[in-house]
Design a protein around this ligand. Sequence first.
Ligand code: IMP
Ligand code: MG
Length: 183
Amino acid sequence: MEINSIEQYQSKIKETIITEDEIKAALKKAGKYIDSLYDGKPILLVSVLKGAFVFMADLCREVTVPCEVDFMCVKSYFEGMSSSGLVHIIVDLEKDISKYHVVIVEDIIDTGRTLHKLVEILNNRNPLSINIVTLLDKPDCRIADIKTDMSLFVIPDKFVIGYGLDCAEYYRTLPYIAVYGDE
Ligand code: IMP
Ligand code: MG
């Protein structure tokens, strides 16, 4: 996708489905939920780049248990419009997670194939525990059998952008979540 003007860029941002205020309120709840799960025990937040970078930055500031952060960059291979379940690790974690309670911080679960594979990879490294917190959940699209511990928002089967989520690398910087439209 080539963007040639600000008008063209803006014309593809359709209705806002989640506002900044709604995101802020949900982040507070998610922080409290994470605190309640670990009862003061230290944790490692693992964010999946790039989509979850904004969510991670805001969520980690709502958590009060002792907390470290680490990042992983994975590429999902797509078959047409949906992910295939083949996940390639581009940047791996710095930490040996075997001594950690891990919280995976994800942007969106669509078919669930990417996350399913990621959980398998991380489970093989024997962490103390794994929990999954995702910003968005599109349950209508689920193919892989994966359950999150917390989804901040459940959304319909529409392609969305903003708050870290992109279309061809653009729109990650929008502070709200909107539907993307090409027409
Ligand atoms: P999966 O289908 O659950 O494996 O999702 C794979 C990845 O596709 C997600 O981590 C996102 O990066 C991307 N994705 C799925 N749906 C959307 C969307 O609506 N907007 C932007 N990215 C999406
Ligand atoms: Mg993702």
